[in-house]
Design a protein around this ligand. Structure first.
Ligand code: SAM
Ligand code: SF4
Ligand code: SF4
Length: 334
């Protein structure tokens, strides 16, 4: 049964955060000053079990969800994640992917592929170790992420997509080197505008380098032309190199809001459903399940939540929206 929200948007894409923990402290996501040694992460009994996640996914699929992205925090720090992948990969008509920082990918790529994962997206913000280490803030080296990508490509988890968050004044000098390098490799690089998610990253509009500027910069050296979206509601705007040597994407969530086609919901590690990346409040499915709800009751609750959804934060973003309460990115995974 196809669900539509108050703006006639269907529910197609579910992003599942499998943990709120991470082995990086990216300055734009989990800055050390807040996510320090005393930070209270969710306890094991507070996060959804793999069985609970699988059960929910089956109900979501019955409502029209066709794409699942596993995310975090860092999904690969969740023990035995490949077991969850093997449970979800048997569900028909589902595109199953994963977004990771790549740190543990070299070790896990084979098990993930064997469990039925189709593709991965790996985040990398610079090829320059000094800049990358400033951004991940745990002294993690670029080479290890590249090894993770290569391991994933070798086992067939491709085409690999690479996410680069661009923060003005921090890594804009990495845009061209990244574009050249990944064009050569044949991986699809996507530039993401730095967003005002959560409250811990101290976001300012001035920190955003607009996607149009990024495209202009690359086009001047490696001419580009726009591509049609692969499907309605695609987040990244696609561009191809005119010489046929591949494509890139830009996610202009700040400067060119795409709320009108947004068909994504997000499930936090503790089982709360968020209907927007900038949602104030999640809807609890963990206690519903643990309280003995039937699949029918869960299905009705999903329909109720989606049916009253009217989110379009990015279209309304202004100085005033900055101070609104919001969920942290590390809880709902981007
Ligand atoms: N830990 C995994 C990773 O980094 O790929 C998955 C979770 S992470 C929250 C998902 C994506 O969100 C990453 O590509 C990350 O770079 C991006 N992200 C995090 N904070 C962001 C921000 N403030 N603005 C834009 N993108 C952000
Ligand atoms: Fe961790 Fe990903 Fe957030 Fe970086 S962006 S701190 S790797 S969850
Ligand atoms: Fe979707 Fe909310 Fe982002 Fe708009 S702001 S595109 S509704 S997640």
């Amino acid at each position: 049964m196809q669900l539509l929200d108050t703006l006639s948007r269907p529910l197609r894409d579910l992003r599942i955060s499998v943990t709120d923990r991470c082995n990086f402290r990216c300055v734009y996501c989990m800055p050390k000053e807040i996510f320090g040694p005393d930070y209270q992460y969710l306890r094991r009994d507070q996060i959804l079990t793999f069985e609970e996640i699988e059960r929910l996914v089956r109900v979501f699929v019955a409502h029209g969800v066709r794409k699942i992205r596993l995310t975090g925090g860092e999904p690969l720090v969740r023990r035995d994640l490949h077991l969850l992948v093997s449970m979800l990969s048997t569900i028909p008509d589902l595109d199953l992917t994963l977004t990771t920082n790549g740190a543990l990918l070299a070790k896990q790529a084979r098990a993930l592929k064997d469990a039925g994962l189709k593709r991965v997206t790996v985040s990398l913000d610079s090829l320059d170790n000094k800049i990358f280490k400033t951004m991940n803030d745990v002294d993690f080296a670029v080479e290890n992420v590249l090894d993770g990508m290569d391991a994933a490509a070798i086992v067939g988890l491709g085409p690999i997509k690479v996410n680069m968050v661009v923060k003005r004044g921090l890594n804009e000098s990495s845009i061209l080197p990244m574009a050249r390098f990944f064009r050569e490799k044949g991986y699809i690089l996507r530039f993401i505008e730095y967003m005002d998610v959560g409250h811990s990253n101290g976001w300012r509009m001035n920190d955003v380098l607009p996607a149009a500027e990024i495209i202009k910069m690359i086009h001047a050296e490696m001419p580009l032309q726009p591509l049609d979206p692969s499907y309605r509601g695609e987040v990244a705007e696609r561009w191809r190199y005119k010489d046929g040597s591949g494509e890139i994407g830009v996610v202009a969530s700040v400067t060119q809001a795409f709320c009108s086609t947004c068909n994504r919901a997000r499930l936090s590690a503790e089982g709360k459903l968020y209907t927007c990346l900038f949602a104030i409040k999640g809807h609890d499915f963990r206690d519903l399940m643990r309280g003995g709800a039937t699949d029918d009751e869960i299905s009705q609750e999903i329909a109720r939540v989606w049916g009253k959804r009217g989110d379009r934060y990015s279209e309304l973003r202004s100085e005033n929206t900055l101070s609104l309460p919001k969920v942290e990115m590390s809880h709902i995974g981007g």
